[in-house]
Design a protein around this ligand. Structure first.
Ligand code: ZN
Length: 340
């Protein structure tokens, strides 16, 4: 009970990439970069094991950004045609590549990373991929003409990739869909259909991560503008509860999400964000335990998996390590108090 996991990313070591930014430059090239990514992946796994996390990720050490990492091996995406564009309904600006033709996977994108991660831990492994709606929101489109067909085209490629990851021994495939919290109406119209297309035919557990973003300035300001109660989840959880996705990863620590909204996910595993990725201080185990206990009024204990609110990519490494320890210790404390 209360098995812990993380949303996905961990900070990268300074010798691998530029620190503290969302689109960091790599420190090396070619074979040296491949070796550095491998070493960082092993460290990320060991850091999680050391903290006592149960379901690990590769810390997304091999990708520059959680969306653009997947696009690196996709034909039809032109990284030489980068444009500045407002993303997440214009919340912040990003430099994004352009879709210039039909999309096709040149080769497996993450097989090597998954194999490395699988070789270095005996624990269960989760692998994260960007969700189709979020990808469509993080590229410029000069070919498909509308977001739904663009997202569906990406969903097919994601499904090919996910099937390979499953074959490589990955236990949980997670799709990251922060865009679900922004375009709530489109989620019901085509967002969940695209997500289910991406997850089609998988026998591993499937998850979707929906959050209020990394702890960056634009997101912190956005959250301040959302009022006393954040009710975005209310618009999308009922449809997600009916979907074929097994798990929903959501933000709950220091969030203004009304807890009764968790009750809308009846029948799903809830990956409960109990660690704030925007704070400069590690939670105490007591604080984590209290977040878990508050959610128990709406989520059965056997369906509750304590997690981080979001990825920790731009965070200080020592702080991230302390937060991992607090997460595992807080889950243990909550278990003890329940007497199991
Ligand atoms: Zn997130």
């Amino acid at each position: 009970m209360f098995e812990t996991t993380i949303a996905g990313s961990l900070p990268k070591p300074g010798w691998l990439a530029q620190k503290g930014v969302l689109w960091p430059d790599w420190r090396a090239k070619g074979a040296a970069l491949a070796e550095a990514k491998r070493d960082a992946t092993i460290l990320a796994l060991k850091e999680q094991e050391h903290a006592g996390i149960d379901i690990l990720t590769d810390g997304e050490q091999s990708r520059q950004h959680f969306v653009h990492g997947f696009l690196a091996e996709i034909e039809g995406v032109d990284f030489t045609r980068k444009v500045k564009m407002g993303i997440r309904d214009n919340r912040y600006e990003a430099e994004v590549p352009t879709v210039t033709g039909p999309l096709r996977r040149r080769k497996s994108v993450h097989a090597r990373e998954a194999a490395i991660a699988r070789a270095y831990t005996a624990k269960r492994l989760k692998f994260t991929l960007p969700g189709p709606m979020t990808i469509a929101d993080t590229v410029a489109d000069a070919h498909y003409g509308e977001r739904q067909s663009l997202a569906m085209a990406f969903a097919e490629l994601l499904n090919e990739e996910a099937r390979e990851l499953e074959g490589a021994g990955i236990d949980v495939i997670q799709f990251d869909e922060p865009a679900f919290n922004v375009y709530m109406e489109e989620v019901g119209v085509w967002g969940i259909a695209a997500l289910e297309r991406a997850a089609e035919g998988l026998s591993s557990k499937t998850a979707v991560h929906i959050c209020y973003g990394y702890g960056i300035k634009a997101n912190i300001e956005w959250k301040r503008s959302l009022g006393r109660e954040w009710r975005q989840y209310e618009a999308i959880f009922p449809a997600l509860a009916k979907s074929r996705i097994d798990q929903v990863s959501l933000e709950c620590a220091n969030a203004r999400v009304p807890l009764p909204l968790l009750g809308l996910l009846d029948g799903k595993d809830v990956l409960l964000g109990a660690i704030d990725v925007a704070s400069e201080r590690a939670e105490t185990p007591e604080e984590v335990a209290r977040t878990i206990e508050a959610a128990l009024a709406y989520v059965p204990a056997e369906r509750l998996f304590p997690c981080t609110n979001c990825g920790m990519a731009p965070m200080d490494r020592a702080l991230a390590a302390a937060k991992l320890k607090a997460l595992a210790a807080g889950a243990a404390l909550a278990r003890d108090r329940l007497g199991r």
